[in-house]
Design a binder for this molecule. Structure first.
Ligand SMILES: N[C@@H](CCC(=O)N[C@@H](CS)C(=O)NCC(=O)O)C(=O)O
Length: 202
């Protein structure tokens, strides 16, 4: 059985969401924040971070790689074949390398760090970075839809939406990007997303 090591209030949320989308049985092995985190997780993640995943003999770290594994187990339509598999990788790497750094700058300096440690200039640069990527997403969704690859929801939607979830739930201004906002609203309202969000949001 899939074992997701972490807690829903961390990036393990992404993997819980993917497991719900896949309809696969899974267990959350709770490893939370605090001084004991590195000791508790290092056997399955040498980076000392959550999440990690074990599936039989397979041990994985990196939340979005874990999600690709989960989707591959489920098969199509969550993980399509052929050129669409490459499109899934494109959007997943784009989420990790283009969106997440800016989203993190905005998040840490808007709501994650204590107020006296936030830098408004970094928050602004992060917001501008997210907005630049949302403009790309907006243009893409104007040509295709309702999902990133067209007719079918795939793990690409789950991965990108999960990276944008912190912005979505903490008041980022999606106003200039109505198609991206509608797509994100649809992603986070799916039954699988609601089941994962229940674990995170209580
Ligand atoms: N790129 C990694 C990032 C993992 C990560 O930064 N996890 C955070 C929690 S969301 C963590 O463990 N932070 C504790 C620390 O860095 O000590 C992934 O996506 O899995």
């Amino acid at each position: 059985m899939l074992k997701i090591h972490g807690i829903a209030r961390s990036r393990a949320f992404r993997c819980i969401w993917a497991a719900e989308e896949a309809g696969l049985p899974y267990e959350v092995i709770p490893v939370g924040f605090g001084p004991g985190l590195k000791d508790a997780i290092s056997a399955v993640n040498p980076n000392g971070k959550i999440p990690a995943m074990t599936d039989g003999d397979l041990v994985l770290f990196e939340s979005l790689a874990i999600n690709l594994h989960i989707a591959a187990k489920a098969g199509a339509p969550l993980m399509p074949a052929g050129d669409d598999a490459s499109r899934v990788l494109q959007w997943t790497f784009w989420a990790a390398t283009e969106v997440e750094p800016s989203a993190g700058m905005w998040a840490y300096n808007t709501y994650l760090k204590p107020a006296d440690q936030r830098d408004p200039a970094v928050a602004k640069a992060g917001a501008e970075g997210v907005a630049a990527r949302l403009a790309v997403l907006e243009g893409h969704l104007a040509k295709t839809g309702p999902w990133l690859l067209g007719a079918n929801y795939t793990i690409a939607d789950c991965n990108l939406a999960a990276v944008l979830y912190g912005a979505w739930s903490n008041g980022f201004d999606f106003g200039p990007f109505p198609k991206a906002k509608a797509w994100l609203d649809a992603c986070v309202s799916r039954p699988a997303a609601l089941a994962a969000r229940k674990q995170r949001e209580g």
